[in-house]
Ligand binder design. Structure first.
Ligand SMILES: [Zn+2]
Length: 272
């Protein structure tokens, strides 16, 4: 049932406006690339609101293997289940892009939460987004080909970073998809052969987003829709695209540069 609330486009803006004590108590914390967060301990006293950091959520098996089910960026919230007095979150977070998070005091948030329908609803949206990704990941892992999964994941990365050059390694993609690195290399080769992407020195450059969209499984759409309806997801600007393209070209050989086409304005405007 809709009680008249809508998803707030800027959760920290809402906190600043409506919950001044909580806002005053906030702390900014920087996360390192590949840092692993045990959510049962880091969210014991605070919840995290992602700002510039990008993290993935996963769980460990007793035999040492692990799998990941969601990738989260600006506006996503970690530790919401602590508000419901659930047991420790049964998953971990891995930092996929170094950046900052906001720490909000859990005790103060709990006090506000009990009397604030708007806060209850906003935090519910944050949980819903994780749920959408987790359920889609379960379906995707069982029914969709790794080539489709890789294209989907690259699109999600691009949405979160708003860049055409993605600073993600094949090993990280293998961890995200729960497959061997060789499988990612093979799938990456197919995307590269069709001209959708290009790889260089641990970076992936997206040449033709539309080709990725055509190649990705249908799981991309509901996850993307959930991101855009839950959090701030600014459309990629032409200037950003071209600037990132220039940065990427500077890392390439002269021969590779000659092969790299400029991003077409039509493609930019087609970005979500
Ligand atoms: Zn899928």
């Amino acid at each position: 049932m809709n009680d008249g609330f809508s998803r707030h486009p800027d959760f920290m803006g809402l906190i600043q406006k409506e919950f001044p004590l909580l806002y005053q108590q906030r702390h900014r914390r920087s996360l390192r690339h590949r840092e692993r967060l045990d959510l049962s301990s880091v969210t014991r006293k605070n919840i995290y609101v992602l700002d510039t950091a990008i993290v993935s959520l996963g769980a460990d098996l007793s035999d040492g293997r692990s799998a990941e089910v969601a990738i989260l960026g600006s506006g996503a919230i970690l530790g919401v289940c602590q508000l419901y007095r659930w047991s420790a979150p049964p998953y971990f977070a891995t930092v996929r892009q170094a950046g900052d998070v906001w720490e909000l005091d859990l005790a103060t948030l709990k006090a506000e939460f009990a009397n604030s329908p708007v806060l209850i609803e906003q935090l519910g949206f944050a949980m819903e987004h994780i749920f959408v990704q987790a359920t889609r990941s379960a379906i995707c892992n069982r029914l969709h080909h790794i080539d489709q999964q890789l294209a989907k994941t690259l699109l999600l990365y691009q949405d979160l970073t708003a860049r055409h050059d993605l600073q993600v390694t094949q090993q990280e993609l293998a961890e995200l998809l729960g497959v061997r690195r060789e499988g990612v290399t093979q799938a990456m080769g197919k995307l590269q052969a069709m001209g959708a992407i290009e790889t260089s020195r641990g970076r992936i450059y997206v040449h033709h987003r539309q080709q990725l969209e055509q190649h990705a499984c249908e799981c991309y759409r509901p996850i993307s829709a959930s991101v855009h309806s839950s959090f701030t997801a600014e459309p990629m600007q032409a200037g950003v695209c071209r600037a990132s393209q220039r940065r990427f070209k500077n890392t390439m050989s002269a021969a590779d540069k000659a092969k790299t086409p400029e991003i077409k304005p039509a493609l930019i405007s087609a970005l979500p």
